[in-house]
Design a protein around this ligand. Structure first.
Ligand code: SF4
Length: 694
């Protein structure tokens, strides 16, 4: 501030990094952001923040920002800078030609969890109402799509059940497959505060995350399971709850389907599901597992928080359902201090999913095959909608390789770097006739694009994000867009160019349309958000003030549904050639593929991806910390430096995926969740050997 001068004005807005959704006061001098100050009245953060939100906004003015549209005939041609008019007509002509030649289902799009609700809504509207297919998907495909499936099946809707405040009443916190001190730091602080007050913590994670042992916090139990065995661990916990008579049968009888509960109880109480029987699979000592189950079932209010260590597995959806089963069986749903809470990674992954970004669902999680719902949208949009679910991202890429899928509009997503099996993604993109990338930077995916449309940052747009506690919050334009347009305006240009009569004057009109079409958003408007601050959906006639806690008097689906979830080992097996299991995660100072954090002028951001390896495995390979290693799997190989640590167990290695030079996803495989195709990032059989460097 001292160097740049005093701020002249300030705008309150929402962080664009993680799903906590911290509110900031953006202090400005002219059109320059001076600093970001955590806002004391922010409903999700109450004046707190982490380093990313506070300091990592320099990417907004980075020299790598592309602010002029570009086109090229072939992906081997050099880019040609053109006017917006030329870029949009070029894109529209290609889209229309492909549609005429190959039909509507040859086109699709990807919405962004980094963009606003209004922008995600418009991209799926463009695909469904303009392209004419349901081939729309979102990056939740590779993170929380199993949450959508699992929680919809068991509870009836795809969202966390609690607000963040709820943790203040938790007595036992079960944390599975999440590392909140790195991934969701501001919420982690609130969790730690509760733990310091005496709440007990159970951590289920193959790696010794910070919360297992940190100043003033020590987990009661750390169940360091073998990667890929979440369902077996949860089944063993449920076995103890049922077979030792610890289930809350009064809650179950009143709130859940009793017959389904009995089927499930018979299944989990079978002797083959005891902690002892499953110990060879989970590698968790049976005694620890029994003690953890008793603590969760009898220790008072039990809350479950989970992350991508649950979802990014071949049994991701089964694991989410197993978590829901455990919460229902112990009566831990529908009041403060309890619940099932996915810790959402991206700032607006909840919102992008709510907005109808999946190929089978319109906004508000209503199936595309439902004629009454379709009719509502058809009347509003004035078009007929395809009643068949469309293609998911991996299926779009498969179809592109086969020649039946030819064009894609990708807003704010770098699928080449973030999706599994990079070689297959590249093959799919290279096979298409029209790849439109709408982004801030020439990302890795743009290497395969024919049209590049410059995007706007969260500082350059007005709209809303929805955080992990379903809180819809305003994002306010702080500075003018470097490219001249907010992202929703670019989508509107494209829509108009292919003949759609869109005429939104500002993003509040898009939210009004969302509210008209989406019952859980019926009471939401920008005017109301401005007047009242964030609102937690559902906001409608039944819940005019919003819903901090869900399933209070009954589940959204009526009776809670117990789902039998049998443990099925992943196909990804270790063997003599690939003897170690790789699992992946994030560090505090970096964010996903690093597109933003790597472009922030602060040396702290430039930490490299390293491979954590246990001392025994390192010694067997003659490795020390800092040595270069070759990391190879059945899918591919990469090089990075080793970090020898007992945070990981023998037989397990761990890395992050923030740097394009590492390309950790070169080694991850095509395996995916049986229900949603969410990639199995968390389990890859690998070989590690000394190398001379990249
Ligand atoms: Fe932003 Fe998340 Fe950090 Fe809050 S905790 S400042 S939302 S990255």
């Amino acid at each position: 501030v001292k160097e740049i001068g005093k701020p002249e004005r300030a705008v309150i807005t929402t962080c664009a990094y993680c799903g906590v959704g911290c509110t900031f006061r953006a202090e400005m001098r002219g059109n320059q952001l001076v600093r970001m100050v955590p806002w004391k009245d922010g409903k999700a953060n109450r004046g707190h923040s982490c380093v990313k939100g506070r300091f990592a906004w320099g990417y907004a003015n980075h020299a790598d920002r592309i602010t002029k549209p570009m086109i090229r005939e072939k992906i081997t041609d050099p880019w040609r800078e053109v006017s917006w008019e030329e870029a949009i007509s070029f894109a529209a002509a290609r889209l229309q030609k492909i549609k005429a030649e190959y039909g509507a289902r040859a086109l699709g799009g990807i919405t962004s969890s980094r963009c606003t609700n209004e922008e995600a809504f418009l991209v799926q509207k463009l695909v469904r109402g303009g392209f004419g297919s349901n081939n729309v998907d979102t990056c939740a495909r590779v993170c929380h799509s199993p949450t959508g499936y699992g929680l919809s099946k068991t509870f009836g809707t795809s969202a966390g059940t609690q607000d963040f405040d709820s943790v203040e009443d938790s007595d036992v916190i079960l944390l599975i497959g999440a590392n909140p001190t790195d991934g969701h730091p501001v919420f982690a602080s609130r969790m730690k505060k509760r733990l310091r007050q005496g709440a007990k913590l159970i951590v289920i994670d193959p790696r010794r995350i910070d919360l297992v042992r940190s100043p003033h916090v020590e987990a009661a139990h750390h169940l360091a399971l073998q990667p890929g065995t979440n369902v077996a661990v949860l089944t063993a916990l449920a076995h103890v709850v049922v077979s030792e008579g610890l289930a809350d049968e009064a809650f179950i009888a009143e709130r859940c389907d009793w017959d389904e509960y009995q089927d499930w109880a018979r299944f989990v109480s079978d002797a083959r599901h005891s902690p002892e029987a499953l110990e060879p699979v989970t590698r968790v000592p049976a005694g620890d597992l029994r003690a953890a189950a008793r603590l969760f079932a009898t220790g008072g209010n039990g809350a479950i928080y989970y992350g991508l260590g649950v979802t990014e597995h071949a049994q991701g959806s089964s694991t989410v359902m197993a978590i829901a089963n455990l919460a229902m069986a112990t009566g831990n749903i529908g009041r403060r201090g309890v619940g099932v809470n996915p810790l959402r990674g991206q700032n607006n992954v909840q919102g992008a999913c709510d907005m109808g970004s999946f190929p089978h669902e319109l906004s508000g999680y209503r199936h595309i095959s439902d004629a009454a719902t379709r009719a509502l949208f058809e009347a509003e949009w004035g078009v007929a909608l395809d009643s068949e679910p469309g293609l998911r991202i991996p299926n779009m890429l498969d179809a592109a390789v086969d020649g039946s899928f030819r064009a894609i509009y990708i807003q704010g997503e770098d699928i080449l770097q973030s999706d599994p099996n990079t070689h297959h993604v590249a093959a799919g993109l290279a096979a298409m006739d029209c790849v439109i990338v709408h982004d801030l930077f020439l990302n890795e995916t743009a290497n395969y694009a024919h049209v590049f449309l410059p995007g706007s940052t969260f500082l350059e747009k007005t709209g809303t994000f929805t955080n992990a506690e379903r809180r819809i919050q305003m994002v306010r334009r702080v500075m003018d867009p470097a490219n001249g347009y907010e992202d929703w305006q670019v989508t509107q240009l494209l829509a108009k160019a292919i003949g759609l009569g869109w005429d939104y004057g500002d993003s509040s009109q898009i939210m009004d349309e969302i509210a008209r079409l989406t019952p859980s958003f019926a009471g939401v408007s920008h005017a109301r958000l401005e007047a009242e601050g964030g609102l937690q959906w559902p906001v409608n006639e039944a819940a005019p003030e919003g819903s901090p806690i869900m399933h209070v008097d009954g589940f959204v689906r009526g009776k809670g549904k117990f789902m039998v979830t049998d443990y099925i080992p992943t196909d990804e097996r270790t063997g003599p050639r690939y003897p170690l299991l790789l699992t992946t995660g994030r560090i505090l100072s970096q964010y996903n593929v690093g597109a933003q954090t790597r472009r922030t002028a602060n040396v702290v951001w430039h930490e490299e991806d390293v491979l954590e390896i246990h001392p025994v495995d390192a010694e067997n390979r003659g490795l020390s910390s800092g040595d270069w290693v070759r990391l190879a799997s059945r899918a591919g190989e990469t090089s990075l430096r080793a970090l020898v640590t007992d945070r990981v167990a023998p037989g397990v290695v761990y890395t992050t995926f923030h740097h394009p030079t590492t390309q950790a996803n070169v080694v991850t495989t095509d395996n995916s969740d049986w229900a949603t195709n969410c990639p199995e990032y968390k389990v890859t059989a690998v070989q590690v050997s000394a190398s001379n460097g990249p």
